[in-house]
Design a protein around this ligand. Structure first.
Ligand code: IPM
Ligand code: MG
Length: 354
């Protein structure tokens, strides 16, 4: 097949990890005789520096015209001044909204060899295999907001959801649960928030269309605790945008490192944005030591969800498993006594396994 892929390296380690993701996609194209074309565009801080805009029009247009987008990370201390008029993160949020990518899938898989990298006791990690479905274009990230000023030192953000927004994300989550172990946990704060009471009512209603899926509801504070206490009990979780942001960073610790967690942002069509859940990691940027596996696994999700290439996606995932099993490690997952390898070397290892 032919596919046009836009790459958005962004900031910090985004540049280094996306290079490895592209290497892997190129290899897949070569091995399976697909013609993938790559177009690199600006986003985030890099785009602010070059064009004064974290999401230049040309970038959004290229992404809209593409079959899929592979993204690194945005942000960094250079652009973090609280009084700045534009922020790198606006580029990412604008891209998600602009492409209508309201569903963010974040799978958490445990590699038995990485159990020691997790701060949890190894026995707790037995059987952990879950997916967080994070609502991505609504909620408190996008509701009405007011910045504080010196004259009026009051600020607010609004968690706003319509029933339709909850309905469509709930359907995605039920569909996914149906293909897995048939369990869905809807996470909310219905004991306090009106938007959560709507969320719970709508998810319950949609649940009647999926009698084969066992639905339960959990308050977000309790979910944060149970993710650590009994993570293997979860199958699919669905939640509001910010709850999903927070709980997926927490859940990444089950896998041992943020550097292992991939994500897919999808909507109604086949186009999607694929990115690691980690950020730009300014502290290690430019050193060539970032873990590219989350980006490589995101490239696998791109093959699966946007291009419909399931065998190719599995080939990438198997290659990552083989590399992890073989014992090579970037610093974030290297245990004591293991000499870590570089970002590029890790990419090469995946290519060799492919
Ligand atoms: C994520 C990130 C982003 C988010 C930031 C960079 C805006 O933390 O994808 O989880 O909050 O959605
Ligand atoms: Mg986050």
């Amino acid at each position: 097949m032919k596919a046009a892929i836009v790459t958005l390296p962004g900031d910090g380690i985004g540049v280094e990890v996306v290079a490895e993701g592209v290497k892997v996609l190129e290899a897949i194209g070569h091995v399976y005789s697909h013609t993938f074309t790559f177009q690199e565009c600006l986003i985030g801080g890099a785009a602010i520096d070059a064009a004064g805009d974290p999401l230049p029009e040309a970038t959004l247009a290229a992404c809209q015209a593409a079959d899929a987008v592979l993204l690194g990370a945005v942000g960094g201390p250079k652009w973090s001044d609280p009084s700045a008029q534009v922020r790198p993160e606006q580029g990412l949020l604008g891209l998600r909204k602009g492409l209508g990518l309201y569903a963010n899938l974040r799978p958490v898989r445990i590699y038995p060899e990485l159990r020691e990298a997790s701060p949890l006791k190894p026995e707790r990690l037995q059987g952990v295999d879950l997916v967080v479905v994070r609502e991505l274009t609504g909620g408190i990230y996008f509701g009405p907001r007011q910045e504080a000023t010196d004259a009026a030192p009051v600020a607010f953000d609004t968690m706003l959801y319509s029933a339709d927004e909850v309905r469509r994300i709930a359907r995605k989550a039920f569909e996914l649960a149906r293909l897995r172990r048939g369990k869905l946990t809807s996470v909310d704060k219905a004991n306090v928030l009106a938007s959560s009471r709507l969320w719970r009512r709508v998810v319950t209603e949609i649940g009647h269309e999926y009698p084969d899926v066992a639905l339960d509801h959990m308050l977000v504070d309790s979910a944060a605790m149970h993710l650590m206490r009994r993570p293997a009990d979860f199958d699919v979780l669905v939640m509001e945008n910010m709850f999903g942001d927070i709980l997926t960073d927490e859940a990444s610790m089950l896998a041992g490192s943020m550097g292992m967690l991939a994500s897919a942002s999808i909507g109604e069509g086949t186009n999607g944005v694929y990115e690691p859940i980690h950020g730009s990691a300014p502290d290690i940027a430019g050193k060539g030591i970032a873990n590219p596996l989350a980006t490589i696994l995101s490239a696998a999700l791109l093959l699966r969800y946007s291009l419909g290439l399931e065998a190719e996606a599995q080939a990438v995932e198997s290659a990552v498993t083989a590399v992890v099993t073989s014992g090579v490690r970037t610093p974030d997952i290297a245990g004591p006594g293991v000499t870590p390898i570089s970002t590029a070397k890790m990419g090469d290892e995946v290519l060799a396994a492919l």
